[in-house]
Ligand binder design. Structure first.
Ligand code: ADP
Ligand code: MG
Length: 699
C-alpha cells in the first residue's frame, strides 16, 4: 500500500469542519456552526442529524464503539465505551447512535474524585457534548469531547471551568474592543503547549518499581555523566527516537493535532514536542490526547515515555510551556503591537490587563501548577522559581517606563509618548536573548507561562489566567466606559497600571538568591515553595470573590477542588514513601547484605591463604557498608513511623503539611544513604538498573 502524504493523513480520524461541511446539509451545518462559533443553543433536531452522520462516518472509518471522553479531576482523561449495536428483529444488529446519546451521557462515575461534591448515593454525574472540540476516532472508538458535571450542576472536571473562564474573558474583551470601535463575534484565548518528556528503555523501566508505581526514580546515584556537556540539547536524534517521533507525528496528525516541532532537550533522554497553537479548550483536549498517544507509541518502540516532572534527580525535570494569547474571530491577535497609534493604545491596554492580572493573582497562577511532582522543579534552578514574575524584555520595559514617567522614549523625535496620538516605537521581537528563568515571559505577540509541569493538564493554569485577565479587563472597561475623554482616561489608566504593578516586572536572572530576597522582602511578591503552601490560597477571599464573580467556579466547587488537589498531593507522596520502604526492605538491604557476604567471605579466604594480605579495600568497604545498612534500617523505620502518623490527622491540609515538613525530609535522608551504598557496591549485586543505564541506553 502506498504511504499517504501528510495532507491526506491529517485529520483523517477527526469529524472536523471538512467532514461536517461535506456530510451535513446546509441547514444543519449552519446551525451547528452557530453553536460552535457563537455559543448558540443546539437544536434537538440538529443534534439528531449530526449524530446520524457522525455515526455513519465513524462506522465507515472502522469504529464499533462510542464514548463520551472527559477530563475528571484525576488530571487524566476518562472514557466508557458503548458499542453502536442494537438488535434487529431478524436476529442481527444495526448500528445506532442518537442525538440524545451525542449530547448527554450518564457515566457511573462514583469513583472519580469529587471532594464531596457528589454524594455516592447519587453516583451518576453527566457528561455534556462540547461541540467546539471535534469528535475523533481512537482505537475503533468514536470519542466525543464532553464536559462532566454533577446532577446539581457542579463541575466535576477541568473542562467546564475552562469553558466558563473563556466565556468570561470573551465578554470583557469584547467590552474593551467596543470602546475602540470594534464589534467582533468573539475573543478567544489560544494556547500552544510545548511538551517535554523522557524516553527510556522498556526493559530498564520494568525493573524499577519506583518508576512503575510513581513515575519517578526514588533512588539512584548520579552517573559519571549527566547534562554538564550540554551535548544533548538540540543534538542529533537517535534512530530509535527518530522512529518513535515519526510514528508519533503520524498518529497525532491523523487526530488533527498540529505536531510541529521536535527536538532533544537539556537532560539526557529528554525530548520536546510542540504543536501549533489552537483555541484553549481544543488545545487542552489535544494535549491530553498527545500525552496518551506518546505513551502508547513509545511502548510500540520498546520504550517508555515518562511524563513526570522530575523522573531523575540531578538532571533537569520536564515542564510544559504554556504559550498564551487572545485573538478575535477575525484572527487579530490582541497581544500583537500594531502599526497605528490607535492599535498601539489598544495593545498596551491588553498588555496592562495581563500585567495587572499576573500581579493581582500571582497566587492563583502559582497554585494552578502546584503538584507533588512539580514541587521538585520550581525553584530548583532549572525551571522558573516559585515566585511569579513577568519578563517583558528591555525595550518594552523602557517604553512602559517612558509612559509611566512622562519622559521621552529614546526615539528619533525624543517626544513624550501620548497614547492614541503617537505610534509606539518599534521594539524588536528578537527572541535570541529570551529570559529562560522567568516564569511568565512576553515573547513578541504572546505570553509564555513556564511554570506548568509536564504531566499537568493545561486546563488549570488557563482557567486562572483567563479569569484573572477577564477581571482586569472588567475593571478597565468600567472605568473607560464612563470616561469623558476616552484618550485621556486611557492614558491615565495605563500609566497608573504600570505604576501600581511594576513590582511584578523583572527582566533579570530569576535563579539568584538576590532575586528571592528582593522579590519577597522589597517587592512583597509571594513565594509559595510547595503545594501545601500554595493550595490553601485558592480559598482566599479575594480569589474566591473574583472566580465566583466571573462564574468560573461556585463556592462549593472551589472548596472541593482545594481538597482534591491537596489530597492528590498527599496520596502521591505517600505512595512514594511506601514504595521506598518496599524497595529498601525487599531489595536494597538484602542486596547490600549479599555484597557484604561476598566481601567478608573474600577477606577471610584471602587471609587464610596468606597472612600478608591487608584486605584494605574489602575491609573498609565492608565497614562503611555495614554502617550504612544500620543507618538505612533506622531511616526506613523513621519513614514507617511517619507513614503511620500520617493517618492520624483530621484534615487534609494538616496531613499535607506533615508530609512537607516531616515525611519528605525523611525520604530524602533515606535516599542519601542508599545512594551512597550504591556507589560502594558492585554493579552486579545492585538490584535495579543504575541511572547510567536508564539515561543512556536508548540508541
Ligand atoms: P519558541 O517558543 O521556541 O520561540 P514558537 O514561538 O514558535 O517557539 O512557539 C512556541 C509555541 O507557541 C508553539 O506551540 C506555537 O504554536 C505557540 N504560539 C505561537 N504564537 C502563538 C499565539 N499567538 N498564541 C498562542 N500560542 C502561540
Ligand atoms: Mg517557547
Amino acid at each position: 500500500m502506498e504511504k499517504k502524504t501528510v495532507p491526506e493523513l491529517f485529520g483523517s480520524k477527526v469529524f472536523d469542519d471538512r467532514v461536517m461541511k461535506a456530510r451535513l446539509n446546509d441547514k444543519v451545518y449552519n446551525s451547528l456552526k452557530k453553536t460552535i462559533d457563537e455559543n448558540a443553543d443546539l437544536d434537538e433536531k440538529v443534534a439528531e442529524a449530526v449524530a446520524k452522520e457522525m455515526k455513519a462516518w465513524a462506522v465507515e472509518n472502522g469504529a464499533t464503539h462510542f464514548t463520551h471522553w472527559f477530563q475528571p479531576l484525576t488530571g487524566i482523561t476518562a472514557e466508557k465505551h458503548d458499542s453502536f449495536i442494537s438488535p434487529s428483529p431478524d436476529g442481527g444488529v444495526i448500528m445506532e447512535f442518537s442525538g440524545k446519546e451525542l449530547i448527554k451521557g450518564e457515566p457511573d462515575a462514583s469513583s472519580f474524585p469529587s471532594g464531596g461534591l457528589r454524594a455516592t448515593f447519587e453516583a451518576r454525574g453527566y457528561t455534556a457534548w462540547d461541540p467546539t472540540s471535534y469528535a475523533f476516532i481512537k482505537d475503533h472508538t468514536l470519542c466525543i469531547p464532553t464536559a462532566f458535571c454533577s446532577y446539581g450542576g457542579d463541575a466535576l472536571d477541568k473542562k467546564t471551568p475552562l469553558l466558563r473562564s473563556m466565556q468570561a474573558l470573551d465578554k470583557q474583551a469584547k467590552r474593551i474592543l467596543k470602546l475602540f470601535g470594534k464589534e467582533v463575534k468573539y475573543v478567544r484565548t489560544s494556547v500552544g503547549p510545548e511538551q517535554e518528556y523522557f524516553l527510556i528503555d522498556e526493559k530498564m523501566y520494568e525493573q524499577r518499581p519506583d518508576l512503575k508505581y510513581t513515575g519517578r526514580t526514588l533512588f539512584g546515584a548520579m552517573p559519571p555523566k549527566g547534562q554538564e556537556l550540554d551535548d544533548h540539547y538540540f543534538g542529533a536524534i537517535k534512530p530509535r527516537v527518530t522512529a518513535f517521533m515519526e510514528e508519533l507525528n503520524e498518529e497525532l496528525w491523523k487526530l488533527g493535532i498540529l505536531a510541529k516541532t521536535e527536538h532533544n532537550e537539556v537532560a539526557p533522554a529528554q525530548h520536546e514536542l510542540a504543536p501549533i497553537f489552537s483555541t484553549t479548550n481544543v488545545a487542552t483536549d489535544k494535549n491530553q490526547l498527545t500525552m496518551e498517544i506518546m505513551q502508547k507509541v513509545a511502548r510500540k518502540h520498546g520504550m517508555v515515555c515518562l511524563l513526570h516532572e522530575k523522573p531523575f534527580a540531578g538532571v533537569n525535570g520536564s515542564g510544559k510551556h504554556n504559550n498564551w494569547s487572545m485573538a478575535t474571530n477575525e484572527g487579530v491577535n490582541l497581544l500583537s503591537p500594531g502599526e497605528t497609534p490607535h492599535e498601539n493604545a489598544q495593545f498596551l491596554l491588553f498588555l496592562c490587563a495581563v500585567i495587572k492580572a499576573v500581579d493581582d493573582y500571582q497566587d492563583l497562577l502559582r497554585l494552578s501548577v502546584a503538584t507533588a511532582g512539580n514541587d521538585h522543579r520550581l525553584g530548583a534552578n532549572e525551571a522558573p522559581p516559585a515566585i511569579i514574575s513577568m519578563f517583558l524584555g528591555d525595550e518594552l520595559t523602557a517604553i512602559l517606563d517612558a509612559i509611566k514617567n512622562d519622559t521621552p522614549y529614546v526615539g528619533k523625535e525624543k517626544e513624550v509618548l501620548k497614547l492614541g496620538v503617537h505610534v509606539l516605537p518599534r521594539f524588536s521581537r528578537d527572541t535570541t536573548d529570551r529570559n529562560r528563568t522567568s516564569p511568565f515571559a512576553f515573547t513578541g505577540n504572546k505570553f509564555e507561562f513556564r511554570s506548568l509541569g509536564s504531566s499537568n493538564s493545561i486546563a488549570c493554569c488557563n482557567i486562572m489566567l483567563n479569569a484573572a485577565v477577564a477581571e482586569s479587563l472588567k475593571i478597565f472597561a468600567e472605568r473607560l466606559e464612563g470616561a469623558k475623554n476616552f484618550d485621556d482616561e486611557l492614558h491615565a489608566l495605563i500609566k497608573e497600571t504600570i505604576r501600581d504593578h511594576e513590582r511584578i516586572l523583572f527582566n533579570g536572572n530569576g535563579y539568584t538568591d538576590a532575586w528571592v530576597k528582593e522579590a519577597t522582602e522589597v517587592r512583597g511578591l509571594s513565594n509559595y515553595k510547595t503545594t501545601p503552601d500554595a493550595m490553601p490560597h485558592l480559598l482566599d477571599k479575594k480569589n474566591m470573590d473574583m472566580l465566583m464573580a466571573h462564574k468560573v467556579f461556585t463556592e462549593t466547587e472551589l472548596k472541593s477542588r482545594c481538597e482534591i488537589m491537596l489530597e492528590n498531593y498527599c496520596k502521591t507522596v505517600s505512595i512514594e514513601a511506601h514504595t521506598m520502604v518496599d524497595m529498601v526492605r525487599k531489595s536494597y538491604l538484602p542486596a547490600i547484605e549479599g555484597y557484604l557476604y561476598n566481601l567478608a567471605k573474600t577477606t577471610s579466604l584471602m587471609k587464610s591463604v596468606s597472612s600478608n594480605v591487608k584486605c584494605n579495600y574489602e575491609i573498609s568497604t565492608m565497614e562503611r557498608l555495614s554502617e550504612l545498612t544500620d543507618y538505612i534500617l533506622e531511616r526506613v523505620k523513621d519513614l514507617e513511623k511517619a507513614l503511620e502518623e500520617l493517618k492520624s490527622f483530621d484534615s487534609v491540609l494538616k496531613t499535607s503539611e506533615f508530609i512537607r515538613d516531616d515525611l519528605i525530609p525523611k525520604m530524602e535522608h533515606l535516599r542519601k544513604h542508599v545512594d551512597e551504598a550504591e556507589m560502594l557496591s558492585s554493579e552486579e549485586c545492585w538490584p535495579f538498573p543504575s541511572y547510567g543505564k536508564l539515561l543512556f541506553s536508548v540508541y
